[in-house]
Write a protein that binds this ligand. Structure first.
Ligand SMILES: Cc1cc2nc3c(=O)[nH]c(=O)nc-3n(C[C@H](O)[C@H](O)[C@H](O)COP(=O)(O)O)c2cc1C
Length: 336
């Protein structure tokens, strides 16, 4: 596997999240960090290969380093999908072995694949044979009644033998029945120690940990503890500036901090270009609501955008007005 831009960037990544990490969200995140690795939402191999839905691969050139996450369990189809992803310019192709949703279970992919390490190994090998970019896996520590301490090293050794050199482990089990996918992101408890132990067993495997990381400090602690990467999902979506704005300097050691205000300014031409091609403001601003989370004016920012962005004709001036409201409230807060 080539040690490409994505592998370096994997020191800090934003998790794949269906309906959230679409191209607009990723473009926003890229305005906050030049170096963090960004993942797409899961795209299913059947949608690309059988459905010909190549528009699902669309992304902006500024999004790099960016990884495509695929869902599927048929090695031939996954290889075809991986090739399409690499041709579209993605820096990495990732196989989803962690998603517990019903829809995904019915297609025999996602977390249910934790039960079939041999098949995952076959999929990884087939994908890696046809692309030059890294093929990686995102998995759980186990599913249902499996014993993670036994299953996880077994799973990892199979996929390492198949040529996988980088993995992200969501440090909790998936329950395939009885919990909604949403509940399954907080229950059962996280087991970071087990993931740490895997680093001891597989010192040459690049291991990123995922699950429950809420601050950049926490991510830095996990990196200091010896993990190769940290993947953050919900916190990066809900408080993107808190997680990403200092990441280039503090995690990657080069580049300067960004501010939420600078990110907003950088979004304005992007918004204009999107509207000019018939897009709607809300499709972009829905990902921007958390930019000022925890700061004076956060509520005014959210309210202005969420109430105004769906109105007919709404454009960048709404975003500028929301930003002015934040600035005014920040001044007021300082004066008190
Ligand atoms: C809205 C939402 C959608 C998600 N979609 C995916 C997905 O498409 N593929 C995937 O591997 N994980 C998906 N996940 C799981 C996240 O990638 C991540 O593993 C999980 O949220 C735990 O990380 P966190 O505690 O930092 O949020 C999703 C999570 C959320 C909140």
């Amino acid at each position: 596997m080539p040690n490409n831009a994505a592998t370096e960037a994997a020191r800090l990544s934003v998790a794949p999240m269906m309906d959230w990490t679409d191209r607009h969200c990723r473009y926003l995140h890229r305005q906050l960090s030049r170096h963090a690795l960004l993942y797409t939402e899961m795209v299913t191999a059947p949608a690309l290969v059988r459905g010909g839905a190549l528009h699902l691969l669309d992304h902006h050139p500024d999004e790099h380093p960016v990884a495509l996450q695929l869902g599927g369990s048929d090695p031939v189809e996954l290889a075809q999908a991986a090739r399409l992803g690499a041709q579209a310019g993605y820096d990495e192709v990732n196989l989803n072995c962690g998603c517990p949703s019903d829809r995904v279970q019915s297609g025999t992919f996602g977390a249910v694949l934790m039960r079939d390490a041999a098949l995952v190994a076959e999929c990884v090998a087939a994908m890696q044979a046809v692309v030059d970019v890294p093929v990686t896996v995102k998995c759980r520590i186990g599913v249902d009644d499996q014993d993670p301490a036994y299953v996880l090293p077994e799973f990892l050794s199979r996929i390492v033998a198949a040529g996988c050199e980088r993995i992200t482990i969501h440090a909790r089990k998936a329950w395939l029945k009885g919990l909604s996918p949403k509940e399954n992101r907080d229950i059962p408890p996280l087991d970071y120690d087990l993931v740490m132990r895997m680093k001891g067993y597989f010192p040459n495997l690049h291991i990123s940990i995922n699950g429950g990381v809420e601050t950049l400090d926490q991510a830095l602690d996990l990196l200091d503890a010896g993990l190769d990467g940290v993947m953050i999902g919900r916190a990066a979506y809900h408080q993107p500036a808190d997680i990403l704005a200092q990441a280039d300097r503090r995690v990657f050691g080069h580049g300067s901090d960004r501010t939420a205000e600078e990110a907003v300014a950088a979004m304005l031409p992007y918004i204009e270009a999107h509207l000019a091609t018939g897009g709607r403001l809300h499709q972009i601003t829905r990902h921007m609501l958390g930019l000022f989370a925890g700061r004076p004016g956060a509520r005014a920012w959210r309210r202005t955008l969420s109430e105004g962005a769906t109105q007919p004709g709404a454009g960048p001036e709404l975003v500028e007005a929301a930003l002015a409201a934040v600035a005014a409230l920040a001044l007021q807060a300082k004066a008190v």
